[in-house]
Design a protein around this ligand. Structure first.
Ligand SMILES: NC(=O)c1ccc[n+]([C@@H]2O[C@H](COP(=O)([O-])OP(=O)(O)OC[C@H]3O[C@@H](n4cnc5c(N)ncnc54)[C@H](OP(=O)(O)O)[C@@H]3O)[C@@H](O)[C@H]2O)c1
Length: 307
């Protein structure tokens, strides 16, 4: 099939281009002009900024894709400008997705697979939730509420577009080379410096996902006829009280200290406090059944902190 990968220089997008080509697909990489030097080996490289609608329409038309994969975020900016990274990612999820859908329809594509997140659910009910759980649109932190609002809009656009079969892959917390959880990533560095403590009972649950499994799920979604919303997570959702000490040990960092839960939002920021104390995990049964996908790394316990 002719496939276009938007975000083809990214942690997921770059290896995805190679994985799709290895399966025999003809793959166009969509990159921004400034990132062209980092483009992966592809059958074609097309250039556009997703926030420039006309440029995107002409780049996508040139590639004539049957299937488009949207892996665009601005999280690369997180270290230097966290507020800007979230604001730009929200624009990519809303305006960028709308532009990509317009371009997909103009180019005659029949299928769109888009990256979303598996940790945007409201923290209510069971410790591990399925895709029907409501999103945390009313989060008390305005920044997180805005992020979840943009996620909801991306999902609405992808699943609601006539003539285009939509798939939303809600990735768990990505780990592996190039991610925040790599030794050199933001979370890895915080843990090595002893800056990520355990608040209270640390019962917030994280569902992890190795980058290679994010790539594998995107390949499955490209090749499948299934549509809808899927959690793409490993089989081992775990509370912070388990994964954080294990991760610190594997990295060779100090054991995380314990702090009172009430201090966590002020010391760690609202989102990290929420993740460590209240977040729910995300069950992957639907992706396994409908996409025929399963994680090659079923548990973070074997690999988190080693790359
Ligand atoms: N998912 C989350 O909520 C979350 C939260 C915190 C941290 N993270 C971290 O973020 C990373 C996620 O990996 P990822 O593959 O999603 O992101 P990524 O590695 O940053 O890749 C994003 C891709 O989007 C492209 N892009 C950005 N702005 C664009 C624009 N205006 N037009 C066209 N393309 C644009 C980038 O291209 P350029 O090369 O041109 O920039 C890049 O190819 C992981 O390291 C993860 O640990 C994720």
């Amino acid at each position: 099939m002719r496939v276009l990968v938007a975000g083809a220089t990214g942690v997921v997008g770059h290896p995805l281009v190679g994985a799709l080509r290895a399966r025999g697909h003809q793959v166009s990489a969509l990159v921004r002009a400034a990132s062209r030097a980092e483009a992966p080996d592809a059958d074609a490289v097309v250039t556009a900024d997703a926030l420039d609608r006309e440029a995107l329409l002409s780049a996508v038309s040139a590639a004539r894709p049957e299937v488009i994969v949207h892996q665009m975020t601005a999280f690369r900016l997180l270290g230097d400008d966290p507020a800007g990274a979230f604001a730009l990612t929200a624009r990519l999820r809303t305006e960028g997705t709308a532009n990509l859908i317009a371009a997909a329809r103009a180019a005659g594509a029949r299928r769109l697979v888009a990256q979303s997140i598996a940790f945007a659910a409201a923290p209510a009910g069971e410790p591990v939730l399925d895709e029907d759980a409501p999103l945390y649109l009313q989060a008390p932190d305005p920044g997180w509420a805005a992020t979840v609002g943009a996620v909801a809009e991306l999902e609405r656009l992808v699943l609601g577009s006539p003539d285009l079969a939509g798939v939303v892959l809600r990735y768990g917390a990505l780990y592996g080379a190039g991610t925040a959880y790599a030794r050199t990533g933001g979370t890895g560095q915080s843990v090595l410096a002893g800056r990520l403590p355990l608040p209270g009972g640390a019962s917030g649950i994280t569902s992890f996902l190795h980058v290679e499994d994010a790539v594998g799920a995107a390949v499955s979604a490209v090749e499948s006829d299934a549509v809808g919303l899927f959690h793409v997570t490993d089989d081992d959702p775990a509370p912070a009280a388990q994964w954080l000490p294990h991760y610190a040990r594997t990295l060779g960092g100090p054991p995380p200290r314990t702090i009172p839960a009430a201090l966590a939002p002020r010391l760690l920021g609202w989102f990290t406090a929420h993740q460590l104390t209240a977040a729910r995990g995300a069950a992957n049964a639907r992706a396994r059944t409908a996409l025929g996908w399963k994680p090659l790394r079923p548990s973070w316990r074997d690999v988190l902190g080693q790359e």
